[in-house]
Design a protein around this ligand. Structure first.
Ligand code: AQP
Length: 337
């Protein structure tokens, strides 16, 4: 019999830099809607962040920044548990057990490791390699049935399902872990860099002109969009005309995702117009949507005591669920308790 438990949501963001428009559209905006529909757990994944070097002082600040971003965007800490991953040791405990379930061949296929490790993979941390196993533990320690993420996480979510299925099969507990559904679809699932339509917008992009941050002022946003790479052609009237124009397609996609319009609707309005017209309209829209979030984010960051307390309370709530799962897993695996 397949998993019959309650519907639960888990997702997380790494405190590896400042939160950006891609994180907002691909992940946090979905969190805000889901908190009204299911039992939600939103984590700041600090254990994942240290798979690459993090300055310890900055890591604390960035952890509070991600927590503040969740709240500023509309996640209510009274409804959803907002917590830091290292505050719930059950994640790491389950990850070890999953390290013994996942197969090397599965991890060898993970493209994010190849992208992040680069050419010199011998020097990458072991943690970077087993990152998706910890991610599976983050999800399954809550028996989460749904995970809202951007498109870049699709392969990791498939691995999570493989781990759940193998655990259920190996230990003859067919309904223990759910086969978690990724919630990826929807506008904004893949926002690209403003400087390169082939690279995703990312916290760790070396050029801060490539990324629109939640904290950017209206002026910064206008400047970045004005400088965004485009081509000399006007916008087409239909989406087919965006083929082979990745930078134009990205800007149209951002407009649509924020305005609640399809790409076709955006092109109906702007088709035939040049970027001299479209870019200022886009900058106004982005600044209008992110402005209030950025202001609330700055207000919350000025109160680190409140943010730390919120994370600790969230961690205690989350641990109540996670510890129960780990206790059950230990029983299933045959550990003395
Ligand atoms: N460009 C993006 N478009 C849509 N969604 C995105 N996400 C990230 N970038 C985009 C989604 O945001 C969530 C959190 O991601 P993460 O911080 O855990 O890791 P990441 O995907 O590696 O994000 P970054 O910003 O690129 O960070 P760095 O530079 O540190 O690696 C996920 O749901 C992700 O899909």
């Amino acid at each position: 019999m397949p998993y019959q438990g309650p519907q639960r949501v888990l997702s997380g963001i790494q405190p590896s830099g400042d939160m950006h428009l891609g994180n907002y559209l691909g992940a946090i905006r979905k969190f805000v809607d889901l908190q009204h529909q299911m039992d939600c757990h939103f984590c700041v994944v600090d254990l994942h962040a240290i798979t690459v070097w993090q300055d310890p002082k900055k890591l604390k600040e960035q952890t509070l920044h991600i927590a503040a971003s969740y709240i500023a965007a509309g996640v209510d800490p009274k409804k959803a548990a907002i917590f830091h991953q290292s505050g719930v040791p059950a994640h790491a405990e389950l990850a070890w057990i999953f390290n013994c379930v996942a197969r090397l061949g599965w991890l060898d296929r993970m493209t994010q490791f190849k992208d992040k490790a680069g050419k010199d993979k011998e020097r990458a941390s072991v943690g970077l390699y087993t990152y998706p196993v910890l991610q599976a533990a983050d999800i399954l320690v809550y028996k989460a049935t749904h995970v809202p993420v951007g498109e870049d996480q699709k392969q990791h979510l498939e691995l999570c399902r493989d781990i759940a299925a193998k655990f259920n099969h190996d230990f003859d507990t067919p309904d223990f872990f759910p086969l978690t559904e990724p919630l990826i679809k929807g506008p904004g699932a893949r926002i690209m860099s403003l400087r390169d339509g082939a690279a995703k917008m990312s916290k760790s992009d070396p050029s801060d002109q490539a990324t629109i941050y939640l904290k950017d002022s209206a002026d910064d946003i206008a400047k970045k969009i004005k400088r965004a790479k485009t081509d000399p052609e006007p916008l087409p009237s239909e989406t087919k005309g965006l083929e082979n124009r990745p930078e134009a397609a990205n800007l149209v996609g951002i407009y649509g995702a924020l305005a609640g319009m399809s790409d076709d609707e955006v092109l109906k309005e702007f088709g035939g117009k040049g970027f001299g017209v479209f870019k200022p309209a886009l900058a106004d829209l982005v600044a209008g949507k992110l402005g209030p979030i950025g202001a609330e984010l700055r207000r919350l960051e000025a109160d680190p005591g409140y943010l730390e307390k919120t994370l600790r309370e969230g961690a205690a709530r989350a641990a109540a669920v996670a510890d129960r799962t780990v206790a059950e897993v230990k029983e299933i695996v045959g550990f003395i308790r």
